[in-house]
Design a protein around this ligand. Structure first.
Ligand code: C5P
Length: 404
């Protein structure tokens, strides 16, 4: 019963995905939650209140008043009662109204009165989802502190294929469970995370880079923020979005920019997790014009970049924790241990290119965590989200080195 006694207001709007809200309500209730449904008038065109109230055991709220007896439904009371408001599915119209405070139905007034955190699972056709107004409304809602459960890509009700399909109820349940399970555990701790590759410019159109996707670092950032930490995420060039409002993202391109951003904030941090695949070298000189094809060989002299991890290791004060990553192709453990020592890290997370499904670009990873006592813990292949949780559990909460 992961959601035992949790009060959840489930908002349903007029999308074909409203049928999934019935399964979602059932899953939440099975996990122990009390669910009060608030549905918009157009939501009722897609799923009947009878179905929903039969599932939740509570009358569905939709209008400000109950027509036959004049009972007033208090959105203010719902705002106080809830531990979480979850709007799934959220249409483009509802996102727009929420972002702009257009309180013309019970769901929006409840949203505006909500004291509890709000999660939003958008659902719409791909073009509507990609429209700049939807993007802007979602960004606004994020900036208010709401948590967006991004839609998945796949076949939509229109038979078009793209992003816009409401996330599956089982996945939404996972997000809700994680939210309640981990809330406040890293309360207000300040954590720096570096993620992604760096690009080292050769000329205005070319660079030296690597295959890092940033997925592991972003999963760590979401995990820490989900547990209440204030995360500063210094990200190299990646095609990823952050969802949690407690993540402050600083986008950089080169190792030098990543170094400056990281060194600049580290003094204020309780911990840093250095997940980025930082280029070890950059072209000694950058061509100001695009290099032209020629008959002769082209030699580009490379000069070493500063090692961010080693620099932070030198700056590290008592109570600050430093975690590095190592991706090795040979002599994995010996190399990882050497790096931990040399860079003055407290932990090093080892992932190997030799394991199928682990490392760059994948959604999964297989890691080992090594500490300064020479102890090693091996984990099986898992999703990067689960791996992020394992790393945080081990690094911050293992008995070996409790987080101060
Ligand atoms: O020495 P190597 O690059 O393999 O070390 C990997 C660890 O050091 C990772 O945690 C990586 O983020 C960090 N690193 C860094 N700055 C560099 C190179 C690596 O922070 N210039």
């Amino acid at each position: 019963m992961t959601l035992k006694d949790k009060h959840i207001v489930l908002g349903i709007t007029g999308s074909i995905a409203a049928y999934k809200a019935a399964s979602l309500a059932r899953l939440l209730i099975k996990a122990g939650a009390e669910v009060q449904i608030v549905i918009t008038p157009s939501g009722k065109e897609f799923i009947t209140p009878v179905t929903l109230s039969a599932l939740t055991g509570k009358p569905v709220v939709s209008e400000f008043f109950t027509a036959n007896d004049g009972t007033w439904h208090s959105h203010v009371d719902l705002g106080q009662w809830a531990d979480l408001m979850l709007i799934a599915p959220a249409t483009a119209a509802t996102l727009g109204k929420m972002a702009n405070g257009i309180a013309d139905n019970m769901l929006i007034t409840t949203y505006l009165s909500m004291k509890a955190p709000v999660m939003i699972a958008p659902a719409m056709d791909l073009d509507m989802f990609a429209h700049p107004s939807t993007t802007r409304n979602i960004e606004m809602l994020r900036s208010y502190g709401n948590i967006i459960i991004e839609p998945a890509a796949g076949e939509l009700a229109s038979h078009l294929i793209g992003k816009g399909r409401m996330e599956e109820p089982e996945k939404i349940l996972e997000v809700v469970e994680a939210f309640f399970a981990k809330k406040e555990t890293l309360d207000k701790k300040k954590i720096l995370i570096t993620a992604g590759p760096t690009y080292e410019k050769i000329d205005p159109v070319r660079f030296i880079g690597n295959y890092s996707s940033g997925k592991m670092g972003f999963a760590l950032a979401e995990e820490c923020a989900g547990r209440g930490a204030e995360v500063t995420l210094v990200a190299g060039p990646v095609a990823l979005k952050v969802n949690h409002p407690n993540i402050k993202r600083i986008d950089v391109e080169s190792a030098e920019q990543m170094y400056n951003a990281s060194v600049g904030v580290f003094g204020d941090m309780d911990a840093a997790i250095l997940c980025a695949a930082v280029a070890d070298f950059r072209p000694a000189e950058q061509y100001t014009q695009k290099v032209k094809r020629g008959e002769d060989d082209l030699t580009i002299a490379l000069t070493p970049n500063k090692d961010i991890a080693a620099s932070l290791g030198k700056m590290k004060k008592g109570g600050q924790m430093l975690v590095g990553f190592a991706l090795e192709t040979n002599d994995e453990e010996a190399n990882a241990l050497r790096k931990m020592e040399k860079k003055n890290l407290d932990y090093i997370v080892l992932n190997s290119l030799n394991d199928a499904g682990a490392g760059f670009q994948h959604d999964t990873n297989k890691i080992s965590i090594l500490n300064r006592n020479g102890e090693r813990k091996d984990f099986p292949l898992k999703s990067k989200k689960e791996v992020a949780s394992d790393i945080i559990e081990e690094v911050f909460f293992s008995l070996l080195r409790p987080f101060k």
